[in-house]
Design a protein around this ligand. Structure first.
Ligand code: FAD
Ligand code: SF4
Length: 523
C-alpha cells in the first residue's frame, strides 16, 4: 500500500503546538489529529495551577484553530497519552500514528513500547524533534555527532560557536560579528535605578477562563490560578517576542544577571513557556532577534546574549539530556542528601529576603528569572546539600516552563553540580554575589558582610562550609583553588566558628512536610 493511503492519525503533543512541525499535516485531508489531556501526567507532580492552565489552554486553542481550518481534530481526556492515542486510533480506524519524538525520555519509551506490543493499535512513525519539521535546530544524532568529536572539552561555549558558524547568525564572514563570540563581560551589570517597561497583558478569554475554573478546584496542586497572564496562542507569543525586541531587549544584555525585590521579569523575555510549548520556534525567535540587530533596533551585546541562550544553552542542554538519560536523574556527584527545605513551597517560612522573594515569585507566577533560579534558589540548595532529585522535582512542578528535558540538566548540571560533565565549576556563591547583583540585602534581616553571629548572612557560612567540605574538588579547580588559600589563612578557631554557624543554621532548617507524590514517567 502506498504510504499516503494508509489511514493516519497525527498525535500533537501539548508541546508541539506549531504548524511547521511534522506532527501537524499541511493538508487537513491527510488524516485526523489527536491531542491528549493525560490525567496521569497532570497528577504526576503537584504542578503549579498556572502551569496546568497554560498547557491546557494552549492545547485547546491550538485544537480550535485547526478545527476552524477543516481538520478532523479530537481532544481526548484519558488516563495516559498512550491510551488517548489508542482510543482515537480505534475510533478513526487509523493504521499509522505520526508524531514528533516526544520531548521526554519516559514518554518516548512508553509510546515505543505500546507500539511494539500492539497496544497502540497502529504503527508508530516518530519524526525527528529537531531539524526540518522539528522543534529544535539540531536532530538528536547531529548533536551526538558534535559531542563525540569533543572528547573532554564538551562545553557549551564550543557548541555555541559551532551553532553560530553552522547557521551563520551574527557572523561577519567567518568571524563573529563585533569580533567576539560573547559579550558576557558587558552583560553583568547590577540593577539600574530605572524600572523595566510595563509588560503586555493577556487577559484570559472565555476558553482560558473555563480552564481556570476547572483547574482551580483540582486538589493536590500548588499555587493559584488567579493572576494567570501567560501567552496561550501563537499570536500572543509573537506579541510577547515583539514587545521584548522593541522595549526590553536593549536592557536584557546589561541587566540579565540583575535581581530586584518584587520585580518579577525585569528585562527578560519571559518567552520560555511559549517556546517550550511550540507556540514559537527557536529558529523564528533567533531570526527575528538577528533581524532587530541588523535594523539597528537591538544592540549587539543584547542580541548576542539572547541568541546565546537559545542556540547555545537551550539547545545544548536538550542534547545533553538525551545523551545522559536515564542516568542523569540519579546523578549526585557531591552525594547530597538533605530534604528540600519547606520554604521552597512556602516562601513565608524563610526570613532570608533573597530566597523569600525568589520563591514567592514562583508561587505567584510560576516563574523566576535565570539568576534567581541559579544563584539564589539553586545556589542555596547546592550549599545546603539538598538531594538533587528533590530540587529537580520542585522545579519541574513549580515552574510554568519546566519539562524534564530542560529542568533536569539545568538543576542537576548547572545548579547542583550533580552531573559535572559540562560545567567547569560549581555555581557556588556567598552573600557578596547576591549583594552585588541585587537590592535584596539592604533591607534583609541578615547582614551580608558578616560570616558569624546572630545576624550573619547564612549564605556566607554555608559557602565556606561548602569550600571546606569539597576541598579536594576545589583544590583541583584552577578557577576555585584560591578560595582554599583564604580558608586556610583563617585561624583554626575562626574556621571552627564558621562551620558551627553553618551547622547551627542547617539544624534549624525545616524540611518540606507535604504529602505530595512524584512520578517521573507517568503519562
Ligand atoms: P530569558 O532570560 O529571556 O532567556 C531567553 C531564552 O533563552 C529563554 O526563554 C530560554 O528558552 C532560553 N534559555 C536561557 N537559559 C537557558 C538555560 N539555562 N536552559 C535552557 N534554556 C535557556 N528553562 C526552561 O525553559 N525550563 C526550565 O524548566 C528551566 N529550569 C531551570 C532550572 C534552573 C535551576 C536553572 C538555573 C535554569 C532553568 N531554566 C529553565 C533556564 C532559564 O532560567 C529559563 O529558560 C529562563 O529563566 C526563562 O525565562 P525567560 O524566557 O524570561 O528567559
Ligand atoms: Fe540573602 Fe544574605 Fe542578602 Fe539576606 S543578606 S538578602 S540572606 S544574601
Amino acid at each position: 500500500m502506498a504510504a499516503q493511503s494508509i489511514p493516519t492519525a497525527f498525535f500533537v503533543g501539548p508541546w508541539d503546538l506549531h504548524r511547521d512541525l511534522a506532527c501537524v499535516p499541511d493538508d487537513p485531508a491527510a488524516g485526523s489529529v489527536v491531542l491528549v489531556e493525560s490525567v496521569a501526567k497532570g497528577q504526576a507532580l503537584p504542578y503549579h495551577r498556572q502551569k496546568l492552565v497554560l498547557v491546557l489552554s494552549a492545547l485547546h486553542h491550538f485544537a480550535r484553530e485547526l478545527e476552524a481550518e477543516g481538520y478532523d481534530v479530537e481532544v481526548v481526556h484519558t488516563p495516559t497519552y498512550g491510551e488517548g492515542i489508542r482510543r482515537h486510533v480505534e475510533a478513526r480506524g487509523a493504521e499509522r500514528v505520526v508524531a514528533l519524538q516526544p520531548r521526554e525520555w519516559g514518554l518516548q519509551r512508553s509510546l515505543e513500547a505500546a507500539a511494539e506490543s500492539g497496544e497502540l493499535g497502529a504503527e508508530l512513525d516518530l519524526r525527528p524533534d529537531g531539524g526540518e519539521g522539528g522543534h529544535f535546530l539540531l536532530r538528536r544524532e547531529e548533536f551526538e555527532a558534535w559531542a563525540e568529536e569533543q572528547g573532554s572539552s564538551f562545553r557549551m561555549d564550543s557548541f555555541y560557536r559551532f551553532m553560530r558558524q553552522r547557521e551563520g547568525w551574527l557572523m561577519d564572514g567567518d568571524e563573529p560579528e563585533g569580533g567576539r563570540w560573547s559579550f558576557d563581560q558587558e552583560n553583568r551589570q547590577p540593577p539600574p535605578d530605572e524600572s523595566p517597561p510595563d509588560l503586555p497583558r493577556y487577559e484570559p478569554d472565555d476558553l482560558t477562563r473555563e480552564i481556570m475554573a476547572r483547574v482551580r478546584e483540582w486538589p493536590g496542586h500548588w499555587g493559584e490560578v488567579d493572576g494567570f497572564d501567560w501567552p496561550v496562542t501563537r499570536e500572543q507569543a509573537l506579541a510577547e517576542l515583539d514587545h521584548f525586541l522593541e522595549l526590553r531587549g536593549e536592557g536584557f544584555g546589561p541587566y540579565q544577571d540583575a535581581m530586584v525585590h518584587g520585580e518579577r521579569f525585569l528585562w527578560h523575555s519571559r518567552l520560555s513557556p511559549a517556546l517550550n510549548l511550540g507556540l514559537v520556534l527557536p529558529r523564528e525567535v533567533v531570526e527575528r532577534t538577528v533581524g532587530a540587530y541588523r535594523e539597528g533596533r537591538l544592540p549587539l551585546a543584547s542580541a548576542e546574549g539572547f541568541v546565546r541562550q537559545i542556540i547555545g544553552w537551550r539547545e545544548f542542554l536538550r542534547g545533553l539530556y538525551w545523551r545522559r538519560m536515564p542516568e542523569l536523574r540519579e546523578a549526585n556527584h557531591l552525594q547530597a542528601s538533605r530534604l528540600l527545605p519547606a520554604f521552597y513551597w512556602q516562601p513565608e517560612r524563610t526570613d532570608m529576603r533573597c530566597l523569600e522573594d525568589s520563591a514567592r515569585a514562583v508561587l505567584e507566577t510560576g516563574y523566576a528569572h535565570h539568576i534567581q533560579r541559579l544563584m539564589v534558589l539553586g545556589n542555596f540548595a547546592l550549599l545546603a546539600g539538598v538531594e538533587p532529585i528533590q530540587l529537580s522535582h520542585w522545579f519541574w512542578a513549580a515552574f510554568v516552563d519546566a519539562y524534564e528535558w530542560v529542568e533536569l540538566p539545568n538543576v542537576h548540571g548547572m545548579a547542583l553540580y550533580a552531573d559535572p560533565s559540562f560545567t567547569t565549576k560549581p555555581y557556588a556563591a556567598s552573600g557578596a554575589y547576591i549583594d552585588r547583583m541585587s537590592n535584596y540585602c539592604g533591607d534583609c534581616r541578615y547582614r551580608v558582610k558578616e560570616r558569624t553571629g546572630e545576624n550573619a548572612c547564612p549564605f556566607n557560612s554555608l559557602f565556606w562550609r561548602f569550600i571546606a567540605r569539597h576541598r579536594d574538588l576545589v583544590a583541583k579547580n584552577p578557577r576555585m583553588s584560591a578560595l582554599l588559600g583564604t580558608w586556610r589563612r583563617w585561624s583554626e578557631e575562626q574556621r571552627q566558628e564558621i562551620l558551627e554557624q553553618a551547622e547551627g543554621f542547617l539544624d534549624g532548617l525545616e524540611p518540606a512536610e507535604h504529602g505530595w507524590s512524584f512520578e517521573d514517567d507517568a503519562g
